[in-house]
Design a protein around this ligand. Structure first.
Ligand code: SF4
Length: 546
């Protein structure tokens, strides 16, 4: 039975644990990994190594650039055919296994999300080129579905043989008369899926945003960026905005359509959930149209209330503010009732989370509301600003991997009707009063002293952390799930939610609390005993009949 640790007097300094971990690595690896581990001191500026290449063989959690582009950013958009140019394995890998949900407005509306479109490249295409096959696949997809848009995604072999997905897309756009554009998102192009997010942002901004100057229909209009509708998260937020009287124009990209992204530039404000995957579009929209952005967090009831109030402050409308306060008062009371019933059973438990680019930060709010301490956390694909805050962006070294991603130049729109001088002035006035725009303070300043922050955690490090902290719950993804559970620690997937959710906003907080009660208040995990504890080596025999 696992003996739990008591950290009620504060977390221990994790430096000896870091030293123990790196002592197990070869010298060069140890030097590199040491820079990715920080004994957190929230009041000090500490530099963590992030967004650098994974050391081969350490068993990373990361995904490839193509997965970030096709699977994460474009995958949840239902009315575009996302055609993968590559072997069928790549298509299967990004075939929406993250449980993104969508809800077409009518039963006959386009929804291609359940399909996996692929050119299914074979050996002969690798040797003689695959552009002819790609053109055939685009024509076939068009004939069958008559979509309004097709996106073409490059995989590793495509980059290696040099097929030009952009030239083919241009030619097919001309021939078929619909919007077709390509993504140079070969799996190896960046250090992780983060490069794929950036590439997706660039191409969506270049080829989609701004195509339709739809006239204003509501008094308050905003876009929700970096929300991917896992387990219905975006549905919760849509209902929340509708109730308070804000029109959600487009979500990038949970429960989204390409059609809504075309007029996403007609909003008054962009709010950014997952900072890492989508801050580029927020920046570009501000550059071109003058639309400001703020960081949002709808994970946890306090965080949701804070974000709603910040949106209310931006619009500065008495009726809207009153409605926001009414919703907060009513919904917070429901959350509190559930929290008060569960918290006495979860208080003092320990959590760890190693996920994505914002979730490892946002979910700490929910655990805090249950009295659960996050002892260690880190991201799979974050950059230094996601840990230390955007203030460090000017100091981040631009390396060859970053240069591999196309840098697009965005300039102010020449259409005076689209440039929002009113918003530029509003931003300046609010900033004078201390309102923060275009900012994200990062995860580390909000974490407890002596919590252990690790970027791109390896398998060995995962095992060592479990051994040291003996956490009550580990939040990560499917790759880690069963290894962690075999150690007697429950694992909650925060990429796909293990068929649970939604977890956003007030209703989501209640769902999460109930799920945590189920996972944390049970003795079943103490009964897990692994065979390698008593029989560390499995011995087999084989008889060969000559
Ligand atoms: S790493 Fe390359 S081959 Fe593997 S899934 Fe990504 S694009 Fe496909």
């Amino acid at each position: 039975m696992v003996k739990k640790k008591d950290f009620s007097a504060g977390l221990p300094d994790p430096t000896p644990l870091i030293e123990d971990i790196i002592s197990k690595y070869p010298r060069k690896v140890a030097k590199k990994r040491a820079k990715a581990m920080i004994a957190n001191t929230p009041d000090e500026d500490q530099e963590i190594q992030a967004n650098v290449r994974t050391i081969p063989g350490i068993i990373t959690q990361r995904g490839c650039t193509y997965a970030g582009c096709k699977g994460v950013v474009l995958g949840p958009t239902r009315d575009i055919i996302n055609l993968v140019h590559g072997p069928i394995g790549c298509s299967f890998y990004a075939w929406l296994t993250r449980r993104n949900q969508t809800r077409p407005e009518t039963p006959t509306d386009e929804n291609y999300m359940m399909y996996a479109f692929s050119t299914d490249m074979q050996d002969e295409n690798i040797v003689f080129g695959g552009e002819v096959k790609l053109k055939q696949a685009i024509r076939e997809a068009f004939e069958l579905f008559k979509p309004k848009a097709i996106g073409v995604f490059s995989t590793c072999p495509v980059g290696l043989i040099g097929d030009d997905v952009h030239a083919v897309s241009r030619e097919m756009k001309e021939e078929l008369g619909i919007n077709i554009f390509g993504f140079s998102c070969e799996g190896y192009r960046g250090v992780s899926q983060s490069a794929g997010h950036h590439i997706a942002n660039n191409q969506v901004f270049k080829n989609v945003v701004g195509l339709n100057d739809r006239p204003r229909k509501s008094k308050f209009q905003l876009n929700l960026l970096g929300e991917y509708n896992i387990g219905g998260d975006a549905f919760e937020l849509e209902a929340l905005f509708e109730e308070v009287g804000i029109e959600l124009i487009s979500t990038f990209s949970g429960n989204s359509t390409i059609k809504s992204m075309e007029y996403a530039h007609t909003v008054d404000l962009n709010i950014v959930m997952c900072h890492r995957s989508i801050n580029y579009i927020a920046e570009m929209m501000e550059e071109k149209y003058g639309i400001p952005w703020i960081k949002a967090n709808f994970i946890g009831s306090e965080a949701t209330a804070k974000t709603l109030r910040k949106i209310g402050e931006f619009f500065d409308d008495a009726e809207l503010t009153a409605k926001i306060e009414e919703v907060i008062a009513r919904e917070s009371a429901k959350v509190k009732e559930v929290m008060d019933a569960i918290k006495p059973k979860t208080e003092g438990k320990l959590a760890m989370m190693f996920v994505g680019g914002s979730r490892a930060h946002h979910y700490q709010e929910l655990f805090k509301e249950l009295g659960v301490t996050t002892v260690s956390a880190g991201y799979e694909f974050a950059h230094r600003d996601d840990y230390e805050g955007r203030k460090v962006i000017p100091n981040i070294k631009i390396d060859a991997d970053t240069r591999n991603i196309e840098e697009i130049t965005v300039t102010k729109t020449e259409n005076p009707e689209l440039w929002r001088e009113d918003l530029v002035e509003k931003k300046a006035a609010l900033e004078k009063k201390g309102y923060e725009f275009s900012d994200y303070e990062g995860m580390m300043p909000e974490m407890t002293k002596n919590s252990l922050v690790i970027d791109d955690i390896s398998h060995l490090e995962t095992e060592k952390l479990i051994e040291f902290y003996k956490p009550d719950i580990f939040c990560a993804g499917i790759k880690e799930k069963y290894v962690v559970q075999k150690s007697g620690v429950p694992l909650k997937q925060l990429h796909s939610y293990d068929y649970g959710g939604p977890y956003t906003a007030f209703g989501g907080a209640i769902n999460f609390f109930k799920e945590m009660e189920r996972m944390l208040v049970t003795d079943v995990w103490k009964l897990v005993d692994t065979p390698w504890k008593s029989e560390p080596e499995i011995v087999g025999s084989m008889t060969i009949n000559a």
